[in-house]
Design a protein around this ligand. Structure first.
Ligand code: SF4
Ligand code: SF4
Length: 198
């Protein structure tokens, strides 16, 4: 198996899409007055699953910019995280463990963080291919702020996710459909190393 090459061209497209996600998030966050600063919570301890190989490869592109001992330390923390997830699952409890990339409350790979880290928080909607629209209420703080008579606003994730899916297709090319469905935590992606697809 060889490591999948993420070309500079595709990486740039993903970076541009990530920026648009952030802009869409900020627009809604400003409208409802949501800010993570000063929040008693830190959502980086949430159990998030990620679903694209391209984001996995991009994460490792970011890790390649860090000093190797730092990457080793992050991977070690990821192993501890996975132990916690296993223990929580066995105890039928919801996993909650700080992300291995979070140091002192901040993300050390901020520019390379995956989509869910950029969209989590504000209320959102998503139109599925079958025409049904799903609504997400946002984090607890967002729900407090938007409870009537508070302001109402949603981030529309539909076109952003479609574009992410198209980039995934471009990245995977002929391997699309041959690979197992991607469903990994960030800790899984760290412990597994860069995606090996061929
Ligand atoms: S996303 Fe919401 S709950 Fe999480 S840290 Fe930000 S404001 Fe707090
Ligand atoms: S990748 Fe960064 S932003 Fe996302 S959960 Fe981990 S530390 Fe938080």
């Amino acid at each position: 198996m060889t490591v999948a090459a993420l070309t500079a061209e595709i990486a740039e497209k993903l970076a541009a899409l990530y920026q648009e996600m952030e802009a869409g998030y900020d627009q809604v966050a400003i409208k409802v007055g949501l800010s993570c600063q000063g929040c008693p919570d830190n959502c980086c301890d949430s159990y998030f699953l990620h679903h694209t190989y391209i984001e996995w490869a991009y994460l490792w592109r970011g890790l390649a910019t860090l000093a190797p001992p730092l990457v080793d330390a992050v991977v070690e923390r990821a192993r501890i995280c996975l132990d916690h997830y296993r223990g929580a699952m066995e105890a039928a409890a919801w996993p909650k463990k700080m992300c291995p990339l979070n140091r002192d409350g901040l993300c050390i790979l901020y520019l390379y963080r995956p989509m869910i880290c950029r969209c989590h928080g504000v209320a959102a909607r998503l139109r599925r291919p079958d025409g049904k629209t799903l609504h997400f209420p946002g984090c607890f703080h967002c729900q407090e702020l938007t409870a009537p008579p508070g302001p109402a606003a949603e981030m529309d994730r539909t076109s952003l996710l479609r574009r992410l899916a198209r980039l995934e297709e471009e990245f995977l090319g002929g391997r699309l459909g041959l690979l197992p469905k991607m469903k990994m935590t960030l800790a899984d992606m760290l412990v597994a190393g860069p995606p090996k697809l061929a």
